[in-house]
Design a protein around this ligand. Structure first.
Ligand code: NAD
Ligand code: ZN
Length: 260
């Protein structure tokens, strides 16, 4: 995106920043790609041994928990070796710097916990958290499952049942209270930054449309065009790691002019 346009987007965002305003960052797997966690879909969605859409499902977990857990340990290993990238850090900086000037929160589809690691405190995790587990039989919540798992699948120490991660698998419903909170945030948002999401996984994919209907300024950041590209107010077709710092720098410049 040419320089002038990035500045234009920053000015439009800064115009919406005021004490009662809510700025929401809605993030997907593309944001964590630069950290070394591949997306499941799209270019660069490289999983050599497993096709995530085929193994990360409730059906596989229930009928072939060993295969599920071998894939899941592979994913846990990738996440364990990775750290938040400059895109995550900008969103943490936004929460801190905007405090008092606007509300800021993150709604994410990612399960890697990088937003919290980067420093964001208001994070709604639509698809759960890769580091949280529970027993499918008795509901006990082991604090930790060693990596690699001691057995495939790991077993509950209380009852011997199969332990699973507290994440939304393909074909599984999302936690309703989290989804409701995310919908509410998107409806009342004044600015929605949609970062690194293909917009094909429902119900998450519908969230930006709630913001559009609610009158928010919607800005998409994604190197590849999506269904949202044509309807968002602005679309920045660049990786989040470069686009977010560049945008934030210009927003801060504009806000400094206003307050300075
Ligand atoms: P997705 O459908 O949201 O697709 C990823 C999107 O990111 C694509 O549109 C792609 O163009 C975009 N993208 C790629 N590189 C980018 C970059 N550098 N900057 C900005 N955007 C970029 O996600 P998916 O991979 O199909 O995953 C589906 C679900 O699986 C996720 O919603 C999540 O629940 C889970 N998942 C989580 C992680 C994680 O926690 N890091 C990783 C993979 C998948
Ligand atoms: Zn149990």
């Amino acid at each position: 995106m040419p320089e002038a346009t990035l500045t234009e987007v920053a000015f439009a965002v800064a115009d919406r920043v005021e004490p009662d305003a809510l700025v929401v960052a809605f993030t997907g797997a593309g944001l964590s790609r630069a950290s070394g966690v591949p997306t499941f879909r799209g270019e660069g969605g490289v999983w050599d041994r497993y096709r995530p859409e085929e193994v990360a499902s409730l059906e596989v977990l229930e009928h072939d928990p060993e295969t599920f857990w071998r894939f899941y340990d592979h994913l846990r290993q990738v996440i364990a070796c990775a750290v938040p990238n400059p895109g995550h850090l900008v969103l943490a900086d936004m929460e801190e710097e905007l405090a008092g000037e606007a509300e800021f929160m993150v709604v994410t589809q990612n399960i890697d916990r990088f937003h919290e690691q980067a420093g964001n405190s208001r994070v709604l995790k639509l698809h759960g958290d890769a580091h949280v587990y529970y027993c499918m039989t008795c509901g006990a919540e082991p604090e930790h499952v060693p990596l690699p798992a001691p057995t495939y699948p790991p077993r509950c120490l209380e009852c011997g049942g199969v332990v699973r991660p507290d994440v939304a698998l393909f074909g599984e419903a999302l936690a309703l209270h989290v989804l409701d909170a995310a919908r509410e945030a998107c409806i009342v948002a004044d600015v929605l930054l949609v970062v690194g999401t293909s917009g094909v996984v429902e119900p998450a994919a519908s969230l930006p449309y709630l913001s559009l209907a609610g009158g928010a300024l919607v800005v998409e950041i994604n190197p590849t065009a999506t269904a949202l590209t044509g309807v968002a107010h602005y679309s920045i077709q660049a990786p989040a790691t470069t686009a977010l710092p560049a945008l934030w720098e210009r927003i801060q410049g504009k806000l400094a002019e206003r307050y300075g």
